[in-house]
Design a binder for this molecule. Structure first.
Ligand code: COA
Length: 307
């Protein structure tokens, strides 16, 4: 039982104080030069080629299928294609050491197979190992299709969510995986979220129906940029998205959503995320493989820490 509780809470909460050692995070993998071998999860047995291009101001990472046939992509029937399986990008600020992640993408047939965590962990690790001072941010966590939102969000000023009519064009809560990974690493929404979710700025709220494997969620229409937000509540015991669509029909207020987000009990997408200084220890522990790395990563983050 203590092991189970540890696993659940280890995923959810990022301690403010130094942690004793590295914390396992996501599917296990081994990286050797440009070869990534995934050892657990739905892609266990898959080998991918890693390509990286890192300059002072930018970094790009991509995973590709390997065509030599020595380690085929697990459970996959279709032929190998030259398109990347996954990629992500960073803007790097050499002055402050801040690495801003954007454009995380996983090709559709590799989605929902737990590849996001290895991608993010690997890229954060490589950047952290590359200098003396680092801090991290994420631009536009969980992007939202604004056209779809314009068609569907309804009822200006009504704090109670409209339920999506079966006749209306379907919007679902996609891209939640990156939000869960970010939250587990300790990222939280940028401070502007406070004014975005102020009562006068939320024009409409809509409950999004589940569309397996996508869970139910909320769509909020704002008077100001970015115009639309999506959100999901997390089960406080497991850290997993709530499967209960009725929870969204009982939704009380944007301020409640704000509180839950800062407590790690909800994810809001379509906004920028920052790493609070209090997340430093838990963040480093989830990236480090051993105690020596944990020490180095913690020192590099302490030097770069902001807010
Ligand atoms: C965002 C995107 C990369 C997520 O990829 P994905 O394959 O759905 O996510 P994963 O399967 O890797 O899930 C990531 C984590 O969330 C968890 N997760 C995802 N959906 C979940 C759900 N419905 N319930 C419980 N856990 C869930 C996974 O278990 C995994 O955690 P773990 O590895 O620790 O177990 C992908 O949807 C995408 O490429 N979207 C289009 C581009 C985009 O909009 N990117 C966002 C801009 S930053």
């Amino acid at each position: 039982m203590p092991a189970l509780l540890n696993r659940i809470f280890g995923r959810m909460f990022v301690p403010a104080h130094p942690v004793a050692g590295p914390v396992p995070f996501g599917s296990r993998y081994v990286l050797s030069a440009d070869r990534l071998a995934i050892e657990s999860g739905p892609l266990a047995g898959t080998a991918l080629r890693v390509e990286r291009s890192i300059s002072d101001t930018k970094a790009d990472f991509a995973f590709y299928e390997i065509a030599d046939g020595s380690a085929p992509v697990a459970n996959r029937q279709s032929p190998i294609t030259p398109d990347p399986v996954a990629h992500c990008h960073f803007d790097r600020d050499p002055e402050t050491g801040t690495e801003t992640l954007w454009g995380v993408f996983i090709r559709s047939e590799f989605r929902h197979r737990r590849l996001t965590t290895p991608l993010i962990r690997l890229t954060f690790r490589e950047l952290l190992a590359s200098g003396r001072r680092h801090w991290f941010a994420i631009r536009k966590l969980m992007q939202v299709d604004s056209e779809a939102g314009r068609r569907d969000a309804q009822s200006p000023g009504n704090p109670k969510p409209e339920i999506q009519s079966p006749l209306s064009p379907r919007i679902t809560l996609r891209n939640l995986g990156i939000g869960l990974v970010a939250l587990r690493l300790g990222f939280r929404p940028e401070p502007d979220i406070d004014s975005m979710l102020s009562p006068g700025n939320v024009k409409a709220v809509q409950a999004l129906l589940p569309d397996p494997p996508d869970p139910p969620g909320l769509l909020l229409r704002l008077a100001t940029q970015p115009g639309l937000l999506v959100a999901a509540f997390l089960d406080p015991d497991t850290g997993m998205p709530l499967a209960d669509a009725e929870a969204y029909e009982r939704f009380v207020s944007p301020r409640q959503l704000l509180r839950q987000t800062f407590n790690g009990q909800a994810i809001i997408g379509n906004v920028d995320y920052i790493l609070p200084r209090t997340a430093l220890a838990g963040f480093a522990a989830r990236l480090a493989n051993d105690h020596a790395e944990l020490k180095r990563f913690t020192a590099a983050l302490r030097r770069g820490a902001r807010n």
